[in-house]
Design a binder for this molecule. Structure first.
Ligand SMILES: [Zn+2]
Length: 224
C-alpha cells in the first residue's frame, strides 16, 4: 500500500459497499461522482440500510455524463449511464486504455450471476443502463483490455460478451411476454428463464425476473 496521500476518490455509484470508504477518505481527499450519486447519498438509504449521508462522505465534485481527470501519468476518463445497476453508474477508463473499472454494471463470478439491477430504492435502476454500459465497454476498449468488475474476478472481453449475451437473452425472453401483457407471476410460473438455470433457478431467477420486468415497464422518476 502506498504512503502517498490519496488526492482523489471517484465513486462508481452510491451503494454503501462502494462509498463506505468515503467516511475515511473524505477527510483529506476530493470525492468525485456523478450528480445522482451525491443526491442519492444525501436523501436515500441503500438496499442494505447502510449509512451514506455523513457530511464527510458525500461527493464534493460532481458531473452529469462524463468527466476527465488530467493526471501526470495520463488521463482518467469516466463515463456515466443512467438506469442501470443503480440510478447512475460510472465506468472508469485508466490511462493507456488497457484497464477499465466497470463498477457494478459488471460482476464476474464463477458460477455466473444474473446482472444486478437495483430496484429496492427509488426504482431507477434498469436493465437498459446495464446494457448500454456493456455495449459502450465493448465498443471502446482494446481486445486485451482487463475489466475490474464491481464484484468477482478480473474479467476479459469474452467474459463481458458472455455476460451481455445473458442480459440480452433474458431481457428478450421477458419482453416477449410483456408485450401481450403477462404478469410477473405468470413469468415465474412459466419458468421463462429455464434456459439459464445454470445461473439460477427458483427465487434467484424470480428475483431477476421481477427487477427486469419492473425496469422494462416502469417510467423512472430520475431518467435523464
Ligand atoms: Zn452496487
Amino acid at each position: 500500500m502506498s504512503s502517498v496521500p490519496v488526492k482523489y476518490v471517484l465513486n462508481t455509484h452510491w451503494h454503501g459497499d462502494h462509498t463506505g470508504g468515503n467516511a475515511y477518505f473524505g477527510k483529506g481527499s476530493i470525492i468525485i461522482a456523478q450528480d445522482d450519486v451525491r443526491k442519492a447519498m444525501q436523501t436515500e438509504t441503500d438496499h442494505l440500510g447502510r449509512i451514506t449521508n455523513l457530511p464527510v462522505s458525500v461527493p464534493v465534485l460532481t458531473f452529469s455524463d462524463q468527466f476527465t481527470l488530467h493526471m501526470q501519468g495520463g488521463d482518467i476518463h469516466a463515463v456515466s449511464f443512467p438506469k442501470g445497476h443503480s440510478s447512475s453508474d460510472t465506468i472508469v477508463f485508466f490511462p493507456g486504455g488497457k484497464v477499465v473499472h466497470t463498477g457494478d454494471v459488471l460482476t464476474n463470478f464463477v458460477p455466473a450471476n444474473f446482472p444486478a439491477v437495483d430496484f429496492e430504492n427509488d426504482g431507477s435502476g434498469g436493465v437498459q443502463g446495464v446494457r448500454a454500459a456493456c455495449e459502450y465497454l465493448l465498443a471502446h476498449t482494446a481486445d486485451d483490455v482487463k475489466f475490474i468488475p464491481g464484484h468477482g474476478n478480473i474479467a476479459t472481453k469474452s467474459d463481458l460478451r458472455r455476460y451481455l449475451d445473458v442480459l440480452n437473452g433474458t431481457v428478450a425472453a421477458i419482453q416477449v411476454g410483456i408485450d401481450p401483457g403477462k404478469s410477473v407471476e405468470q413469468f415465474e410460473r412459466d419458468k421463462v428463464l429455464d434456459k439459464w438455470s445454470y445461473i439460477g433457478e427458483g427465487p434467484k431467477a424470480n428475483n431477476y425476473i421481477k427487477r427486469a420486468y419492473k425496469s422494462l415497464t416502469a417510467k423512472s422518476s430520475r431518467e435523464r
